[in-house]
Design a protein around this ligand. Structure first.
Ligand code: CDP
Ligand code: CDP
Length: 218
């Protein structure tokens, strides 16, 4: 039977990973967090003290880095790095790595391979436009930047981190701008995607809406 692919894209903090993970759990599909791949690579590059614009060295680190994703955990060369890849410094640098076409080519290839033989919910920035252009359902999640910054702030405060709401808002605005303006596979809603503004919606409401849309298609 043909594998079913659900693509979820959108800017930072729109709710992509929360929604995609829960949706995958309820449908018994595999969840693939493509942002985690770009983050893991960024973490590896920073750890090797490679400059963020040194493309040959970044590609060298990429070749020597083994990333694996098991049950929601991220490993680099067999070391668990779940918290490290979500750090502020990785968030501030990831869009520089993600705009390098050669890096995107390598990661898109891996993402397509994973999605080729199983039902998946995949979230990112270019899933509907580039990675899975034939996905059965494409969702583009949005929310106001204030709401997105508040969500990220609450998450980090809950983790006991000392963070500033304005800094988070600035980081989100800068990252979205870089993701939207890069030439290779920018953050953009696919023409055939369905946009859902989650600003005033609960996670449950969004999930139900997506399951309803999926049931219409299969
Ligand atoms: O969770 P959050 O929305 O903050 O970010 P993420 O999904 O973990 O993605 C981190 C970064 O990776 C994004 O800001 C993009 O620069 C890059 N990314 C990308 O370019 N393409 C993807 N498919 C996924 C992420
Ligand atoms: O992956 P992305 O950066 O798009 O967002 P996320 O990491 O899933 O973070 C979204 C946060 O907003 C989580 O703490 C969710 O519980 C919360 N939230 C949501 O995702 N969707 C809503 N409709 C309301 C809140």
């Amino acid at each position: 039977m043909e594998a079913i692919q659900i693509a979820i894209d959108g800017p930072a903090g729109a709710g992509k990973s929360t929604i995609a993970k829960e949706l995958a759990y309820r449908l018994d599909y595999t969840y693939i967090d493509t942002g985690a791949m770009y983050r893991a690579l960024t973490y590896a590059v920073l750890k090797e003290n490679v400059k963020i614009d040194d493309i040959p060295q970044i590609l060298e680190v990429t070749r020597n880095t083994e990333m694996s994703f098991k049950k929601g955990n991220i490993f680099i060369n067999d070391i668990l790095v779940n918290n490290e890849v979500r750090s502020i410094v990785v968030s501030q640098n990831v869009s520089y790595i993600a705009r390098i076409p050669e890096i995107r080519e390598i990661l898109v290839d891996i993402q397509r391979r994973i999605a080729s033989n199983q039902n998946v919910v995949m979230d990112g920035r270019d899933i509907g436009t580039k990675v899975l252009p034939d996905a059965k359902l494409k969702i583009f999640l949005t929310a106001s930047v204030e709401e997105r910054a508040n969500r990220r702030y609450s998450e980090l405060i809950l983790k006991g981190l000392d963070v500033n709401l304005n800094d988070i808002k600035e980081e989100i605005i800068t990252r979205d701008k870089m993701d939207e303006e890069r030439s290779c596979s920018p953050l953009k809603a696919a023409d055939d995607s369905i946009k859902i503004d989650t600003t005033d919606k609960t996670v449950e409401e969004v999930i139900r809406q997506i399951i309803f849309l999926l049931n219409e298609r299969i």
